[in-house]
Write a protein that binds this ligand. Structure first.
Ligand code: TXA
Ligand code: MG
Length: 354
């Protein structure tokens, strides 16, 4: 068994080292947790057919037990082992976008564990587009067609991890092994599309946009009014949140809030797509990529970085326009979650992070 929290190699090394994947698959078969890279964020993997292993995910993350998990499978031929009554449109989406940052919510097979589905009659399925994840899934699934339950590998309510080091920082000893596949290419979580009813609904926006899905299906999906999964219970607004209060600001409001912070002698951080108009020792100005793909790729690492600086507040330039929809969603949640956290007395902070 691997040392707790052990991080293996760089991406090139890890992909070239089948014995690491073999060892990871053995650990998973033995009911241990293994964190692995995907193209979106790192996942905290467990054997989705093993109730004791799945229970370890909830314990390690401090996640409410009624919060459903996504099952990761090696390819679309495994769909029927987990889901039933799969529509032609759902199969077409799987064929088109898998492997990729798309999770399909489908009617569950009766033998899928309640701990996976949160007791609902649906299951979330995804084929991640990362060579190491696919190698692990193929090795683990073997002839029995197993799958890996894998939420993002962060403590509940914290920012999702996009590097192996983020996983180690958050979960350390709680995982038997961390497979290091380098930084995640997409950087924010998959688009979740509910295909369990006749109506196609985007439950969580992602970098695969509702427009991409609509253009492919020939009809636009509905968008869940409540933001993330209406079917997913839990305090979702507290997701993706730094400890430092975060505010999303139209860029013409930035000079006003900065002037205000300087009057109060507060040290603040800014995440914007343009350089600082002036330098000041109390302002940490971090320039993010100006395109949505680059911005998403760096977003969680940037939030972790700015959260580590001990600033009074983080201001983020408000993104505008359809290609920024998923990023806007995560920023709104980070803002809401951080205000919940900062409103709590200091001695309750740990609880919030669970
Ligand atoms: O990109 C991703 O999706 C990453 C990587 C690791 O694959 N995973 C991820 O998992 O973001 P997690 O657990 O952090 O978020 C999964 C979301 C939750 O909001 C959960 O409620 C929802 O998917 N979900 C899972 N199964 C569901 C179901 N049967 N019905 C509705 N929502 C579901
Ligand atoms: Mg998550």
């Amino acid at each position: 068994m691997g040392r707790p929290g052990e991080v293996l190699g760089e991406i090139e090394k890890a992909v070239d080292l089948p014995q690491d994947v073999e060892r990871a698959a053995d650990l998973l078969r033995a009911g241990e947790l293994v964190a692995f890279p995907t193209e979106t964020v790192y996942g905290l993997g467990a054997d989705a057919r093993n109730p004791a292993a799945v229970a370890k995910i909830f314990a390690a993350k401090g996640r409410p037990a009624d919060h459903p998990l996504i099952v990761h499978i090696p390819d679309a031929t495994h769909l029927d082992r987990w889901a039933r009554d799969i529509s032609a449109a759902a199969r077409a989406l799987a064929e088109k976008f898998w492997p990729g940052p798309l999770t399909l919510i489908l009617k569950r097979q009766p033998d899928v564990l309640d701990a996976i589905t949160g007791g609902q009659d649906t299951v979330g399925l995804r084929v991640p587009n990362h060579p190491l994840a696919l190698e692990l899934l193929r090795t683990f699934a073997g002839a029995n067609g197993g799958g890996l339950a894998a939420p993002s590998a962060n403590r509940f309510g914290r920012i999702s991890p996009t590097t192996a080091q983020h996983v180690r920082d958050d979960l350390g000893d709680a995982v038997a092994m961390i497979l290091d596949g380098g930084p995640c290419a997409v950087g924010i979580e998959s688009t979740i599309v509910d295909m369990s009813t006749e109506r196609t609904t985007v439950l969580r926006p992602g970098m695969l946009s509702a427009m991409d899905i609509g253009l492919f299906l020939g009809r636009m999906p509905a968008e869940s009014a409540g933001g993330h999964s209406v079917k997913a219970p839990g305090a979702l607004e507290a997701h993706y949140a730094p400890e430092t209060p975060l505010l999303v600001m139209p860029n013409d409001s930035l000079p006003i809030v900065l002037r205000d912070a300087l009057v109060k002698q507060e040290r603040v951080a800014v995440l914007a797509t343009f350089p600082a108009p002036f330098a000041h020792p109390l302002i940490v100005w971090h320039v993010a990529p100006a395109d949505p793909t680059g911005f998403a790729h760096d977003l969680y690492a940037n939030l972790r970085l700015l959260d580590s600086l001990g600033c009074v507040r983080i201001f983020v330039e408000k993104p505008v326009g359809q290609p920024w929809q998923a990023i806007s969603d995560r920023l709104q949640r980070a803002a809401a979650g951080s205000s919940v956290k900062s409103a709590r007395p200091a001695n309750q902070k740990e609880e919030t992070r669970q």
